[in-house]
Write a protein that binds this ligand. Structure first.
Ligand SMILES: Cc1cc2nc3c(=O)[nH]c(=O)nc-3n(C[C@H](O)[C@H](O)[C@H](O)COP(=O)(O)O)c2cc1C
Length: 223
């Protein structure tokens, strides 16, 4: 697989097979991703991998926290601006509608939509979960570098036949996850990522999120 194929075939996978992924496989992907660029070569990222019994314990811990306080939001970051403007609002809406349509869940069926959302907190069945954090001294630049690192992981995984889903949903349980992982006080949790083998039979994995055309986001200055 070349880079272009990896970029084009990587999707957010939301249903995984139970097929295990070994620590060696995860290490191999991280060995590749560590070559991602970062300003000043700071390499600001930290990764916390949960797998095996550790993954199951985390899922149980978060499930319990959700049952005790379903509406809690432990996020230190606003995932989206409170008043998301256009065209971003429509893009977000259309993504959700496309996903629920594939799953056959109508707008009125709020419990089924919530149930699908809750699948985030079991990594959509993936055997491996990665969490990404940054030292609190870092600002927007280093957050961007972390994003490059995460995408490099996703592309390396794609080449290895593995699937991923980046998951900001975990931010809503950031305190619980941080405590579980034993993050130091100066470490801020950003995002999770599910990693495993895609379930090819799952309807949700047929979702292909649309993209804006190049001219919608590009300006060329040519003279
Ligand atoms: C940083 C980041 C966080 C995301 N968080 C979630 C999430 O919590 N749950 C989810 O189902 N998808 C999540 N996504 C997936 C996006 O919805 C997806 O990338 C977008 O719709 C484009 O689709 P594609 O990844 O399949 O190309 C996230 C993506 C990124 C980049």
């Amino acid at each position: 697989m070349n880079v272009i194929e990896a970029v084009k075939t990587r999707i957010s996978t939301r249903a995984f097979l139970e097929k295990p992924v070994s620590e060696d496989q995860v290490r191999e992907i991280l060995e590749i991703a560590r070559w991602a660029p970062s300003g000043g070569n700071l390499q600001p990222w930290r990764v916390h991998v949960v797998m095996g019994a550790g993954r199951d314990r985390l899922v149980e811990t978060v499930k319990k926290a959700i049952a005790e306080n379903p509406l809690a939001n432990e996020s230190e970051l606003a995932i989206y601006p409170p008043k998301l403007g256009e065209p971003w609002r429509t893009r977000r809406f259309e993504l959700g509608e496309a996903m629920y349509e594939l799953l056959g869940i109508p707008r009125e069926d709020k419990p089924a939509r919530i149930q699908q959302l809750m699948r985030n907190y079991e990594f959509f069945g993936a055997p491996v979960g990665l969490f990404f954090s940054l030292d609190r001294q870092f600002d927007k630049g280093q957050w961007a570098h972390l994003g490059m690192f995460m995408q490099t992981i996703a592309l390396a995984a794609a080449e290895k036949g593995l699937a991923t889903c980046m998951q900001e949903a975990w931010a809503a349980r950031a305190r619980t996850v941080s405590e579980f992982l034993g993050l130091a006080g100066n470490e801020q949790l950003y995002c999770g990522m599910a990693l495993g083998y895609a379930d090819p039979g799952a309807k949700v994995n047929a979702l292909r999120a649309a993209r804006a055309g190049v001219d919608e986001f590009t300006t060329f200055v040519t003279d």
